[in-house]
Design a protein around this ligand. Structure first.
Ligand code: PLP
Length: 396
């Protein structure tokens, strides 16, 4: 018998989100679990990808990214994020924000370092820390605002803290971090001499006059921030696997090294299409936010009518809901029953909290990254489901 591997992977469980996608298929449920659009990406992107393949841009790109895409990333980081970025020294293209995050964690942490993560969190962050040998330290964001307690955050910082991960707009809560919150985080990063790794993948999806602010633009933060984003959410191409990390030269050099040995390069023709995407007219982003605001309102209304208590998101494309009104004792059985009986799939809240935490037990998350007709059909299925939903408690 070969020895089973594993110290690094012991803490992992199968992704609950992908498990819900499987259940959605099984029960022919509308999949409002996994955050991917069911509508097409812009034609300009498809045409650019086809052109790149036809022009035989089919071999490895520069490992840290096609010059055209890096130039486009630097340009957009200038006008949108307010960052002064040199595409030669500050940009690494990788396979999605996902690879950027793991490459950043592997590049900057040592075994034994601590990384602060706000909870609830996007489920990849803790495994990213474990794979790097770092220890995640969780700080709660509490409803209804999903903001942090300043004393609690300060107490989490110590001499072992290497980095804090800041995801804004935030998945799953939809919280958009304010300038004041970011300034407080920036102060602690400087006081404890640690890095910030920001996940800004939903940077263009903000509502109700909220503004996306990149932490790296705050005084003293450029030199200690890795800013991550990508094509997936903004351009509805989650399967293309193209993302980027923007960082000062010393950090970029180590991220590029790790990325080279993880995946060599992101898909070459899709990087070329990415350069076209990032130069779409600016009106594209205004329309994107408006359309998502409309979709949010459709789902928010449907959930409220069905008896959920949703927290209204300020950004991103998810709605986190309180399910206590249904008398459900645990989120996993609730989500399973919802998929099976109402035929709408969502994600159990506990998958956004550390194992054993009671905080997510009365929460579920829905995505509204869907066509209006999909959301309307989901609304139809959800209406009246409270009366018929039979939730079996989890055994064991
Ligand atoms: N970061 C957050 C917060 C996400 O919610 C997701 C996808 O759901 C990702 C990153 C994944 O991004 P990518 O497709 O660029 O790897």
């Amino acid at each position: 018998m070969p020895r089973l591997p594993g110290r690094r992977t012991q803490a992992f469980t199968e992704s609950v989100i992908r498990e819900m996608t499987r259940l959605a298929r099984q029960y022919h449920a509308i999949n409002l679990a996994q955050g991917f659009p069911d509508f097409p990406c812009p034609d300009e992107l498809k045409e650019a990808a086809i052109r790149a393949i036809q022009k035989d841009q089919n071999q490895y790109s520069f490992t840290w990214g096609s010059p055209r895409l890096r130039a486009a990333v630097a340009e957009k980081a200038g006008w949108f994020n307010g960052l002064d970025v040199d595409p030669e020294r500050h940009v690494t293209i990788a396979c999605g924000a996902t690879e950027c995050m793991i490459a950043a964690l592997l590049a900057v942490t040592e075994p034994g370092d601590e990384v602060i993560i706000f909870e609830p969190f996007y489920e990849n962050y803790a495994p990213g820390c474990w794979l790097s040998g770092a220890q995640p330290r969780f700080v709660p964001l509490r409803p209804p605002e999903f903001t942090f307690d300043r004393d609690e955050l300060r107490l989490a910082f110590n001499e072992r803290t290497r980095a804090i991960i800041v995801n804004t707009p935030h998945n799953p809560s939809g919280h958009v971090f304010s300038r004041e919150e970011l300034a407080f985080i920036a102060g602690l990063c400087q006081e404890f001499d640690c890095l910030a790794i920001t996940d800004e993948i939903y940077e263009h999806i903000v509502f109700d006059g909220h503004t996306h602010i990149s932490l790296a633009t705050l005084p003293g933060m450029w030199e200690r921030t890795i800013t991550i984003s990508g094509l997936s959410k903004t351009y509805a191409v989650t399967g293309w696997r193209v993302g980027w990390a923007i960082a000062p030269e010393d950090l970029t050099n180590v991220i590029r090294k790790v990325h080279d040995f993880l995946t060599v390069c992101a898909p070459a023709p899709l990087q070329e299409a990415g350069a076209v995407a990032l130069r779409l007219p600016r009106a594209y982003y205004t329309r994107l936010a408006e359309e998502y605001a409309r979709k949010r309102d459709i789902l928010l209304n449907a959930l409220t009518v069905a008896g959920f208590r949703p927290w209204k998101p300020q950004g991103a494309y998810y709605i986190l809901c309180d399910i206590s009104a249904f008398g459900a004792t645990d989120d996993v059985s609730f989500a399973q029953a919802l998929a099976e009986q109402a035929r709408v799939a969502c994600v159990p809240g506990s998958s956004f909290y550390q194992a054993g935490s009671a905080l997510g037990r009365q929460q579920v998350r829905f995505t509204f990254s869907k066509k209006d007709e999909t959301l309307r059909e989901a609304a139809e299925r959800l209406s009246g489901m409270g009366a018929v939903l039979h939730v079996k408690p989890l055994s064991g």
